[in-house]
Design a protein around this ligand. Structure first.
Ligand code: ADP
Ligand code: MG
Length: 250
């Protein structure tokens, strides 16, 4: 589903990704852990074409979206193909990023209608069903400011699902939430995982990683330091840096 090979990315002189190799199989949940600044968001953004890589290859869903060797120019898809690819990848951000002037239902229906030119009444019907799926059937006509953070994030997840993505990237989906609201969002992620959704989740929620992940990855300073099944990485880390990190977040 996703294959990254030798991916490098710098911002000026700051090397943020230093040779990332990563494979994600369809239908699996990958949880990425790692300290702030280790390159987790940049990695997700590279998969979704929000960052252009400096070196390496990124392949998503069988399609080579970008590659470059040292000194070579970046070979990547054209703008139209990039937009098409991006529509297949859902992205859920830490800060929900809902449109404040649209209702919950309109937020969910917006992209299929405006970007994919889908039929309006069918899209609204589907959007209603998706709000039901995240437990917000009764909030369809409410504006984001009238919703709690947890509810807003669940709308954002329904909005990502509305594009019927092949893959969903979550960048710290619960980090901006009050502690008592974290559980309701993780419950939605668990449901998606159980339904076989391919997901990459950057989170510090170790309990979620333990239950829901097929693979846990620990990143530090732009590298994947370790990866494996949750029980192995979380209970038996091989590297000191993983151990130190886990002792801080557990
Ligand atoms: P993480 O998500 O693990 O906290 P990021 O991928 O956001 O890490 O950032 C990794 C490093 O790259 C940080 O030092 C950050 O300040 C830097 N960085 C991220 N995006 C940019 C950017 N657009 N321009 C310059 N530096 C950036
Ligand atoms: Mg980040």
């Amino acid at each position: 589903m996703i294959e990254l090979t030798g991916v490098h990315k710098s911002f000026g002189t700051l090397e943020v990704l230093r040779g990332i190799d990563l494979t994600v199989e369809s239908g699996t949940v990958t949880v990425i852990l790692g300290p702030s600044g280790s390159g987790k968001s940049t990695l997700l953004r590279s998969i979704n074409h929000l960052e252009k890589i400096d070196r390496g290859r990124v392949r998503v869903d069988g399609e080579l979206i970008g590659y470059r060797q040292a000194g070579d120019k970046l070979h990547e898809l054209g703008e139209r193909q990039i937009l098409k690819q991006r529509a297949k990848i859902g992205f859920v951000f830490q800060n929900f990023n809902l449109f404040p002037h649209l209702t919950a239902l309109e937020n969910v229906a917006e992209a299929p209608i405006s970007a994919l030119r889908k039929n309006k009444s069918e899209t609204y019907e589907r959007a209603r069903a998706l709000l039901g799926r995240v437990g917000l059937a009764d909030k369809a006509d409410v504006y984001p400011r009238q919703l709690s953070g947890g509810q807003q994030q669940r709308v954002a997840i329904a909005r990502a699902l509305a594009l019927e993505p092949r893959l969903i990237l979550f960048d710290e989906p619960t980090s901006a939430l009050d502690p008592e609201l974290v559980g309701e969002v993780l419950d939605v992620l668990r449901d998606l995982a159980a339904a076989g959704t391919t997901m990459i989740v950057v989170t510090h929620e170790i309990g979620f990683a333990r239950e829901a992940a097929d693979t846990v990855i620990f990143m530090d300073e732009g590298r994947i330091v370790e990866q494996g099944p949750p029980a192995r990485v979380l209970d038996n880390p091989r590297h000191d840096r993983t151990r130190t990190f886990l002792s801080k977040v557990l």
